[in-house]
Write a protein that binds this ligand. Structure first.
Ligand SMILES: [Fe+2]
Length: 200
């Protein structure tokens, strides 16, 4: 009965055109779904159990259609400062990648192999979406981060990021030093089993 309910839940989500935000699978296959939800509160609770922070922000002020990076940082200034103080982040920047970017596949591959960092990886999605895969306790927790979502992955925690083959996102990034994004790859090909396409 549990699997039938889960199937119907997933089917209804697909039929109304909404992507599932959290999917938990065993590490050996993406074909088995142990748990899934698009409820932000349930996602936060699930991720908190494994040490990953997930929360939603609202802009302090309305953003223009094509805001500059400074306008984005100003709009979320209160939350940005809170995260900087909490995590000891010295550097903050804004990154945007669109499907017409000629280097989109290069950028995608850069983040697509399993890796870890010696500092927390923190991202806030201003628009669009990106998919983080967290590998923990023989499970893979796939989190589709969308506009308004913050995710904070602890240091030394294996994960990877997929912007899909049709990328569309703007995100605020936090760094502890000027080196920026430095990854230590595990050389595990696990990400190949969980590849994302299009808006999925
Ligand atoms: Fe990373």
């Amino acid at each position: 009965m549990k699997w039938i309910c889960l199937f119907l839940c997933c089917l209804s989500t697909v039929l109304i055109g909404q992507e599932v935000k959290l999917t938990v699978c065993p590490e050996h296959t993406a074909d088995i779904v142990l748990f899934s939800t698009s409820d932000n509160e349930k996602i936060a609770q699930c991720l908190e159990k494994i040490g990953v922070q997930f929360e939603q922000w609202e802009a302090n002020q309305p953003l223009n259609k094509d805001p500059t990076h400074d306008e984005i940082l100003n709009a979320y200034q209160n939350d940005v400062e809170r995260i900087k103080d909490k995590g000891g982040f010295a550097q903050v920047d804004v990154v945007s990648i669109r499907s017409d970017n000629p280097k989109k596949e290069v950028f995608r591959q850069k983040f697509l192999k399993e890796h870890l960092h010696t500092t927390d990886e923190v991202r806030f999605f201003v628009e669009g979406f990106g998919i983080f895969y967290n590998h923990k306790d023989k499970k893979v927790l796939r989190v589709r981060c969308e506009k308004g979502d913050l995710i904070s992955i602890p240091a030394n925690y294996t994960h990877w990021f997929d912007m899909t083959d049709d990328p569309y996102f703007t995100a605020i990034r936090f760094f502890t030093d000027e080196e920026g994004w430095v990854a230590h790859f595990t050389d595990d090909d696990i990400a190949d089993k969980f590849i994302s396409i299009g808006g999925q």
